[in-house]
Write a protein that binds this ligand. Structure first.
Ligand SMILES: [Ca+2]
Ligand SMILES: [Ca+2]
Length: 156
């Protein structure tokens, strides 16, 4: 009898992975928003813009604002990490061009124009399934091509 118990407990150990394996069982979801002259793809990502074409940030504090919607495509999950990557494009017509990106978690990035930048977002602001970002041109003019929100999560 003792032997059977021992074999059973050994079997249990073999087939029950330690808790740490569950903790590493994360999935990744990528939400991509593309920008066009007249709006965004998907359309519902568009929130507002100041002037002219939606995807063109004109010289003089033009802006575009959009929302990444996660909840429709993601299963209920505990989100563990979020990274926002924004891709810009410019014709280098003005020597000094600056962008300012500001998101609903109060994090921001401000820099001289370059093609791609990314930063980690506060996961607490992703829990409602929506994440809003605003991009401004502080100096110069350039295009926004895409915004990508990569979310790592553990399914519930
Ligand atoms: Ca514009
Ligand atoms: Ca420019």
């Amino acid at each position: 009898m003792k032997k059977i118990k021992l074999i059973l407990s050994l079997l249990c150990m073999l087939f029950t992975p330690p808790a740490s394996i569950y903790a590493q069982n994360t999935s990744t979801y990528v939400d991509t928003v593309l920008f066009t002259k007249s709006g965004t793809e998907p359309q519902k990502a568009y929130v507002s813009h100041k002037q002219g074409d939606v995807n063109m940030l004109d010289d003089g504090e033009d802006f575009v604002m959009w929302t990444h919607h996660l909840s429709s495509k993601m299963p209920p999950a505990k989100i563990t990490k979020g990274t926002l990557t924004i891709t810009l494009k410019d014709d280098s017509d003005i020597p000094l061009e600056y962008f300012f990106a500001f998101s609903e978690d109060f994090r921001f990035d401000y820099d001289k124009f370059h093609d791609t930048f990314s930063y980690d977002v506060d996961v607490a602001y992703l829990e409602d399934g929506a994440f809003t970002v605003k991009l401004l041109s502080l100096m110069g003019d350039f295009f926004i091509v895409r915004s990508e929100l990569v979310v790592e999560y553990v399914p519930k």
